[in-house]
Design a protein around this ligand. Structure first.
Ligand SMILES: Cc1cc2nc3c(=O)[nH]c(=O)nc-3n(C[C@H](O)[C@H](O)[C@H](O)COP(=O)(O)O)c2cc1C
Length: 172
């Protein structure tokens, strides 16, 4: 798919997925896109847990019981590491977000759909409960849940605000 078509087609998908496994080479290509993202001082503070195991997926869906999580063949959990540069700057949030957007675009480019769930991780101690379930080390933080697969339903593109409302040339 052409790059700008991928950008236009990407959308959050929260419906059910078809009961189809995602081939390993597609998972690999999607994760590679995440690893290729820029990061502050090239510290590459984000790592990922790719959950394909049915029992673990079910346990994740019990924490956040949405249609997407109950049916997704793959659930990616980005995990960040708090690290500072010699100037005491930290970029774990920015690094994680850049990686995840690359992943969302790669999901679209490969013909799959998914959703970046960050808010849901912040509620009901989901972050901590996921960390425990997936044996995330103490020095890492679970940042999001990304279910993806072959969508079962059509999904609407969200309206975006007008170009002129958000893009300003030379001054705000
Ligand atoms: C930082 C961030 C947090 C988000 N958290 C959630 C979430 O917890 N649950 C969810 O269903 N969608 C979540 N989303 C998806 C947004 O709701 C979605 O991107 C937005 O409504 C625009 O729709 P679009 O992605 O289809 O363009 C999140 C997106 C971002 C970037």
């Amino acid at each position: 798919m052409e790059f700008f078509e991928v950008i236009r087609k990407r959308h959050s998908y929260r419906g059910s997925f078809q009961p189809l496994a995602v081939p390993e080479e597609d998972i690999h290509a999607i994760m590679e896109a995440g690893l290729r993202a820029p990061s502050g001082y090239n510290q590459q503070t984000t790592s990922f847990i790719v959950v394909t195991d049915a029992d673990l997926r079910k346990k994740i869906a019990e924490l956040v019981p949405t249609a997407a999580l109950k049916t997704a063949p793959v659930i990616v959990i980005p995990v960040s590491k708090h690290q500072v540069t010699h100037e005491n700057l930290a970029f774990e949030i920015e690094d994680y977000a850049a990686s995840v957007e690359n992943i969302m675009l790669a999901i679209t480019a490969k013909g799959y759909a998914g959703v970046w769930m960050d808010g849901d991780v912040k509620l009901n101690n989901v972050r901590e409960r996921l960390g425990e379930l997936l044996h995330v080390p103490e020095d890492r933080t679970v940042r999001a849940i990304i279910p993806f697969g072959v969508p079962e339903e059509e999904w609407q593109q969200k309206e975006k605000k007008a170009f002129e409302e958000r893009v300003h040339f030379n001054q705000f």
